[in-house]
Design a binder for this molecule. Structure first.
Ligand code: 3PG
Length: 303
């Protein structure tokens, strides 16, 4: 089988080596398409691929249409909003993700953004500490849980918001009201996927409820935020701050207008660690080999 790794933002070399080893050991062929800049390159490369590994690369209906032999797509990562699930399902293509494999890297970045913002973005001036502050965690999946544990170690008071309370969540302070979460926490960490139900749900109503000096941290997707609402809240409340790993559409304009009230990493880097690349990349390769060998679809997301 031909396994294509198509990554506009490539994996670390060690991850690629590991993927190759797994794929070739199982008797398959590995083809690499890295740092591609044109959609046409992906369309050409995918034409005879049996399996596809991607990161945030867009697997649109057009890509699926071009992939005549494709049987499985694995998103090496958590969020699969970059994949047209319907187009895949219609062609009987299995779509999987690799849940949890890059979560620690993202959780560490969320903590890093909190420190960066609290310390005046590493410029002269008096900052503040995380210890003793209250952190609200919106979404308590793999990433949210790791952020919570790290925050507790830093002396923060953690409150979680999740609509899926499991037994293992019982030890955490929880709220079932997003309004309550936003109005009672100094920091909010957004750790939810982008779905039709979550898009633009963090709006003016929520952001403006944050207490004085509040800071919103987003390491999920820019689509979760209602940008007009964010703009209004930051305009009215110069004490509020927004730090994100995914720049808003109008970031240049917002930066000009709000200065240090807003910060976005230059390119999404939540999962950009060697460890996360290896964990997610190797898991993706193994899932594909298992699929071809045993028919396993354990991590299928297009049910
Ligand atoms: C994910 O959904 O797993 C993260 O957003 C990582 O995305 P990336 O692989 O494009 O860095």
């Amino acid at each position: 089988m031909k396994v294509l790794v198509a990554t506009e933002k490539p994996f670390a070399a060690a991850a690629v080596n590991g993927i190759r080893e797994i794929v070739e050991k199982a008797g398959h062929e590995l083809v690499l398409l890295e740092k591609y800049t044109e959609k046409a390159q992906l369309l050409e490369a995918v034409a005879d691929a049996d399996a596809l590994i991607v990161r945030s690369d867009k697997v649109t209906a057009e890509v699926v249409e071009a992939a005549k032999d494709l049987k499985i797509v694995v998103r090496a990562g958590a969020g699969y909003d970059n994949i047209d699930l319907k187009a895949c399902t219609d062609k009987n293509i299995v779509v999987e993700n690799t849940p949890g494999q890059n979560s620690n890297a993202v959780a560490e970045l969320a903590i890093g953004l909190m420190i960066y913002i609290s310390r005046n973005q590493f410029t002269p001036g008096t900052g503040s500490e995380l210890s003793g502050k209250r952190l609200g965690i919106q979404g308590f999946g793999n990433i949210g849980q790791l952020v919570a544990k790290k925050a507790v170690a830093l002396g923060m008071d953690v409150v979680i918001y999740t609509n899926e309370v499991k037994e293992k969540h019982q030890r955490w302070k929880a709220t079932f009201s997003l309004e309550h979460l936003y109005s009672s926490c100094d920091f909010i960490s957004i750790n939810i996927p982008a779905t039709p139900f979550t898009m633009r749900t963090v709006d003016y109503n929520l952001i403006s409820k944050m207490p004085k000096g509040g800071c919103l941290i987003n390491t999920s997707r820019k689509e979760i935020i209602c940008e007009d609402g964010l703009e209004k809240a930051l305009s009215e409340r110069p004490d509020l701050k927004y730090a994100t790993d995914i720049a808003p559409e109008r970031y240049a304009e917002f930066k000009e207008k709000f200065g240090k009230q807003i910060f976005a990493t230059p390119k999404k880097q939540g999962a950009e660690t060697g460890e996360a690349n290896i964990n997610a990349g190797l898991a993706a390769a193994q899932q594909i080999c298992d699929f071809f060998e045993t028919g396993s679809t354990k991590f299928k997301v297009n049910k």
